[in-house]
Design a protein around this ligand. Structure first.
Ligand SMILES: NC(=O)C1=CN([C@@H]2O[C@H](COP(=O)(O)OP(=O)(O)OC[C@H]3O[C@@H](n4cnc5c(N)ncnc54)[C@H](OP(=O)(O)O)[C@@H]3O)[C@@H](O)[C@H]2O)C=CC1
Ligand SMILES: C=C(/C=C/[C@@H](C)[C@H]1CC[C@H]2C3=CC=C4C[C@@H](O)CC[C@]4(C)[C@H]3CC[C@]12C)C(C)C
Length: 588
């Protein structure tokens, strides 16, 4: 499965961050008879690569299902009987002890490497395999998984970093709360989201998750514990914490805003039949004043000129509606949510007489609407997954866990995920939405696409990695997220799947397409989400993300010596093979 579309790079970028993985192709030309172990590895690799769908169905899926069942019980047992928020102080002290020990060894002249968390790379929610950890000193944070406090007055929840979205939903929903920015995938951690990035379909009202963070408790390179808020003496550090990926210190607790939610939402699906209509309507809806803009807003693009806008609002429902009108869309036999939404093109809304339809969804089902189909990725992993027969007979197995998909991924599968498959999210000013969708069509031609608007706030000299918005679309009133602060409206464009050219067995140059998308994004003042694979060089990364405050804070806190730079954590690790299967590596 060697990539045959790797046309040498002439731009001095590295696809190589060579990581010592065995490469099936690189060894295939060996003339010696294979050792029994090598032969066995090759056999296993062959099975994994040539029968991926069956492996996913017969092995990955049942293992995921069993683990899900066992882990649900384990989580329930842990969350009910074993949480120890009162021991949080001890856990923090242990992180501080490890950091101080690292420092002492470093000061003594020992080669200790830089520090990172001990979270296993396959557990992280992104297709990329992060190999930088091999050279780092791993600091144990993996026991930090308790919710510490729900503050009903301040409307915040304080969590240790490894609390995940599933845990938060289980804890908050019964109290009638959710995170202000409640992210949809259950396995994402609050630490990863607050030190990385987090966005949802209500980000047009509140911004990214970082805007809803009240405080970070961080252990710095010195071992000192600091409490950073937007207005205390650590405000500058606070400003640059999001998108820093743990390169300024170890997060030991985070206080995040919560909101009251109702158990049901009304979803209204509005089909659009031209690109112009779609873009104009998304902009209009996202910029309506609070109270008029839909609380959650997103669109799913099904083709060049076909999109369905989804407007979601909380509702109180009657017994009759509860009995007959609620669509529990995540039940195992139901069609995948995005397929169901596509039905809006053929339907007419009874209430308005216009194209589309409207329905009531339980909030929990709405929050996790793409879990069963991993957005639309399951189409390629289990192609028969949405077949009604499959759904009724096996739908209860759910979706394979992303961690397991990654665990069963050979180097060649990883390469083909990179070179014949796209997982990209960019955040660009909403005025560039139309051009962005055209560019996605030209470069990727993948449908569906995920689209939702996001406010980017102007925090002046505490702006952090994101630059001040190019155009100001509004200023928050007294009830806004940040009263008095200006913001610009951006939009997330997400493409996940196999490009049409690859499906049609036509040549498709992933590198050319990605480079084109990246330079377009930079030119339009946009951002590429780093959880995925990208080709940006260090300089290009710094052009996209403002490093001014970051560099200053790294120096000031000693993080520059203690932690890798953010680019070195997220940089390209794509191993690209030439036609003979040799790995091409280039220097940065
Ligand atoms: N809708 C959305 O917004 C989505 C967002 N994502 C993004 O994908 C990423 C993956 O999420 P997830 O698997 O939960 O997170 P990860 O474990 O991948 O963590 C993300 C980054 O945050 C750092 N980090 C995490 N916890 C700590 C801590 N306690 N102290 C210091 N640094 C820490 C990690 O450092 P280290 O490398 O040292 O472990 C890593 O660099 C996230 O950044 C998330 O923003 C993905 C999908 C959807
Ligand atoms: C950022 C958003 C959503 C992102 C998801 C669609 C992607 C997040 C993690 C992605 C994946 C991780 C690992 C994978 C293993 C590969 O072998 C196949 C691809 C994938 C399953 C990949 C698929 C896309 C993600 C789930 C939105 C909410 C802004």
């Amino acid at each position: 499965m060697a990539a045959d579309n790797t046309n040498g790079h002439s731009n001095g970028r590295s696809n190589g961050h060579s990581n010592g993985h065995a490469n099936g192709h690189a060894s295939s030309g060996a003339s010696r008879a294979p050792e029994p172990v090598t032969a066995w590895i090759r056999f296993v690799t062959y099975i994994l690569e040539e029968h991926r769908g069956k492996i996913n169905f017969f092995i990955v899926l049942p293992i995921s299902f069993l683990c899900d069942v066992v882990w649900s019980w384990r989580d329930w047992y842990y969350e009910t009987f074993c949480t120890t928020p009162h021991l949080h102080g001890q856990r923090v002290a242990e992180v501080q002890r490890q950091v101080r020990e690292w420092r002492a060894r470093k000061d003594a002249g020992e080669e200790v490497g830089k520090m990172c968390t001990d979270r296993k790379p396959f557990l992280t929610m992104g297709p990329a395999t992060r190999t930088f950890k091999k050279e780092c000193r791993k600091i144990k944070c993996s026991d930090m998984c308790d919710i510490l406090k729900v503050d009903h007055e301040a409307m915040t929840v304080t969590c240790e970093p490894l609390v995940n979205m599933g845990h938060i939903t289980r804890a908050l929903l019964p109290m009638g709360y959710a995170l202000k920015i409640q992210i949809e995938m259950e396995d994402l951690t609050i630490g990863g989201l607050s030190m990385g990035l987090g966005m949802e379909t209500n980000s047009h009202r509140f911004g990214l998750i970082q805007e809803t963070i009240r405080a970070y408790d961080v252990v710095l390179a010195s071992g000192e514990l600091v409490h950073c808020t937007r207005d205390n003496e650590h405000a500058a550090l606070f400003g640059v914490m999001a998108w820093s990926c743990g390169t300024l210190g170890f997060l030991v607790a985070v206080e995040v805003e919560i909101v009251k939610v109702k158990p049901y939402v009304r979803a209204t699906y509005l089909p659009c039949f031209t690109l112009q209509e779609h873009c104009a309507e998304m902009k209009r809806l996202s910029l309506l004043p609070e109270g008029q803009t839909p609380p959650y807003l997103e669109s799913t693009v099904y083709g060049k000129d076909r999109a369905v806008i989804q407007c979601i609002e909380f509702v109180d429902i009657s017994w009759r509606e509860w009995l007959f009108e609620v669509n529990s869309c995540n039940l195992w036999f139901k069609p995948y949510y995005y397929k169901w939404v596509e039905g809006a093109f053929e339907r007419t809304n009874r209430a308005t007489g216009k194209p589309g339809f409207s329905e009531i969804l339980p909030i929990k089902h709405y929050y996790h609407r793409y879990t069963r189909s991993i957005f639309w990725e399951l189409n390629d992993l289990i192609p028969f997954g949405n077949n009604p027969l499959y759904r009724y007979l096996f739908g209860w197995l759910g979706a394979p866990k992303i961690a397991f998909i990654k665990l069963f991924m050979t180097t060649a599968i990883r390469e083909s995920v990179v070179t014949k498959h796209v997982v990209q999210d960019i955040v660009v000013p909403i005025d560039s939405m139309q051009d962005g969708l055209k560019l996605f069509h030209e470069q990727f031609n993948i449908y569906p696409l995920l689209v939702f608007p996001i406010r980017i706030y102007d925090h002046g000299d505490k702006q952090g990695f994101l630059r001040r918005p190019r155009t100001i679309d509004g200023v928050d009133g007294p009830d806004g997220q940040h009263p008095g602060k200006a913001w610009g409206m951006y939009v997330d464009l997400g493409a996940y799947g196999v490009p049409q050219a690859v499906r049609d067995k036509q040549p498709w140059d992933f590198e050319k397409a990605l480079l084109h998308m990246e330079s377009w994004t930079r030119a339009h003042g946009g951002y590429q989400c780093f959880y995925t694979d990208f080709l940006l060089t260090r300089d290009e990364y710094k052009e996209m993300f403002d490093h001014t405050l970051y560099d200053k804070m790294r120096k000031l806190t000693g993080a520059d010596i203690a932690f890798p730079e953010v680019y070195d954590k997220v940089r390209p690790e794509l191993k690209v093979c030439d036609r003979n299967g040799r790995v091409k590596t280039k220097a940065h």
